[in-house]
Design a protein around this ligand. Structure first.
Ligand SMILES: [Zn+2]
Length: 276
């Protein structure tokens, strides 16, 4: 099997989005402590484990609480799962949001719209997105936005909340942002951070570097979205937080900065975003 490459560049990193409790790791015989050990060696000090369904949210919380280190988590219902959102789901989210400190819970997400896969009907996705935006405002917590091929509707809903004063000054992050620079500018204007991942390192990615060049430095966070979106030079292998320095390395090239600087700024941004 191909061996992964590691690189830290001497930086201290915050992987702001890694599904380290994902079934794929378990199936490959990789334990959370393996993942955390390699992350620590690569200089990755903080990791946020996002939820995307009720089940994965529960796992994110328990993984966060059962392991040592600077782990944080989020709970939320992804647009793919919107069709299964019930009153019980909402009750679970409310329970978690009211006990966020003891659960190391820092965000509501992933929430949003995904018209690429359309795994839930679009009107249902919109309803569930709105419900969770209301929750985020009520419980005063940032969101992790998942948006794919739905920029128009997504912006419209976000602006609607923003314009009626139902959005915090720090609304959250546009995770693995695939918006056009114009659309990204609009979400940055209402306070969002922009998340960059492995695809930034892909040779055929023309849009990503433009976005990375144009986004204000104080709004950039880095993430792996492990186990998906593995950056070069490990593309094709299972992604894990230890690979987040490759995203920082690419950003450093694009922004003409050194990697320690990028590590420090994105670590600070991630901590500000999640208010930790
Ligand atoms: Zn994700």
């Amino acid at each position: 099997m191909r061996q992964p490459q590691y690189f830290s560049g001497g930086g201290v990193f915050f992987d702001t989005h890694a599904h380290i409790a994902d079934r794929r790791f378990e199936e490959a015989g990789v334990t959370v402590s393996d993942i955390l050990g390699r992350a620590a060696e690569a200089g990755v000090k903080r990791i946020l484990i996002p939820g995307d369904s009720e089940e994965s949210s529960r796992k994110a919380v328990s993984t966060c609480l059962e392991n040592n280190g600077e782990l944080f988590c989020s709970v939320g219902i992804h647009p793919h799962e919107a069709k299964d959102y019930t009153e019980d789901t909402e009750k679970y989210l409310r329970d978690m949001l009211s006990s966020r400190k003891e659960n190391r819970l820092c965000a509501l997400g992933e929430i949003g719209l995904d018209y690429y896969y359309d795994l839930s009907p679009r009107d249902v996705q919109q309803t569930v997105f709105r419900k969770q935006l209301e929750l985020a405002f009520e419980y005063d917590i940032p969101i992790i936005l998942h948006e794919r091929d739905a920029t128009g509707d997504c912006l419209e809903i976000l602006k609607e909340f923003h314009n009626r004063g139902q959005m915090r000054a720090n609304p959250g992050v546009c995770h693995c942002c695939s918006m056009s620079p114009e659309a990204a500018r609009e979400v940055v204007k209402i306070g969002f951070y922009i998340g960059f991942d492995g695809p930034l390192t892909f040779k055929n990615n023309k849009k990503g570097p433009v976005l990375a060049q144009e986004t204000p430095m104080d709004r950039i966070v880095i993430e792996t979205d492990s186990p998906y979106l593995t950056p070069e030079p490990n593309r094709g292998l299972t992604n894990e937080p230890a690979f987040v320095p490759f995203v920082a390395k690419k950003l450093a090239e694009i922004r003409n900065a050194d990697i320690e600087q990028i590590a420090e700024i994105t670590y600070h941004n991630g901590s500000t975003l999640y208010e930790i």
